[in-house]
Design a protein around this ligand. Structure first.
Ligand SMILES: [Zn+2]
Length: 258
């Protein structure tokens, strides 16, 4: 990604984020990956209304500062996790848009998909990730979803979106907030009707054809029982294996995962 363009877009979308009312105080963060070893991002402890091109921070692939007068934000670890999981992703945006954040803090998943056009833009899933402490724990909780989707809600921590450039990531976040707003308006009327599979499937096919699908979109995350069964099979298949011991180890693992 061209650095001058990335800087211009970071400043523009920081301000848009503030004036859209998606952040307060120092909330929100944005970054763009220039190369594998160069990520330019917003500074910590700044109102998004005040971020100028000269305030941006450049870090390496491990988050060490390369240039800039200010410090990077602590949630950078989440951005770096997403870049590591998705080589084609070049931009990550995070904010606390009120409607999306309301779904997260009340522990309600967004009942997506209920609007056909959003299926093409966001795919079949906009998950709500469990509440964690910000930083490393948030990155670990989000990791299983990084290759499955392009946007998610996080309980207690707003909404996240990523994409091949800042504009795409921004538009995804905007759409998530819009969907949450519509879902919220529909709730007193009985809530949005989920789309039936005969509507969703052709839209997903359209998304794949347009090259928009996330790499592991629609994949199921293996539950503890599936992992335990695979472990038991692998252990029991080893030369000289004790099948009883393999079963016991697999059951212990399932208990830990569950
Ligand atoms: Zn946040």
């Amino acid at each position: 990604m061209n650095e001058a363009r990335a800087r211009r877009d970071l400043v523009r979308y920081s301000r848009d984020m503030h004036f859209a009312g998606w952040v307060a105080n120092h909330d929100g963060n944005l970054s763009a990956r220039l190369t594998d070893q160069r990520v330019v991002c917003t500074p910590t402890a700044f109102s998004k209304a005040d971020v100028g091109a000269e305030d941006l921070v450049v870090v390496d692939g491990d988050g060490r500062k390369l240039s800039g007068a200010h410090r990077a934000f602590s949630e950078l670890v989440v951005h770096l996790m997403l870049y590591g999981a998705r080589p084609e992703v070049r931009a990550v945006v995070h904010a606390h848009p009120p409607f999306a954040t309301a779904f997260g803090v009340s522990g309600r998943p967004l009942p997506h998909p209920f609007l056909p056009e959003a299926v093409v833009s966001l795919g079949p899933e906009v998950p709500t990730v469990r509440l964690t402490a910000p930083g490393k724990d948030a990155a670990a909780a989000m990791r299983p979803f990084a290759r499955r989707c392009d946007a998610l809600l996080m309980a207690g921590n707003g909404a996240w979106a990523w994409g091949p450039d800042l504009q795409t990531a921004w538009l995804r976040l905007e759409l998530v907030e819009h969907l949450c707003r519509i879902a919220h308006a529909a709730l007193p009327l009985g809530g949005p009707e989920p789309l039936p599979p005969e509507i969703v499937e052709p839209l997903l096919a359209k998304r794949v054809k347009a090259g928009l699908a996330a790499p592991e979109e629609g994949a199921t995350i293996p539950g503890p029982d599936v992992v335990a069964r695979a472990t038991q099979q692998a252990l029991a298949g080893m030369p000289g294996a004790d099948p009883v011991l393999a079963a016991r180890l697999a059951a212990e693992l399932a208990g830990k995962l569950g």
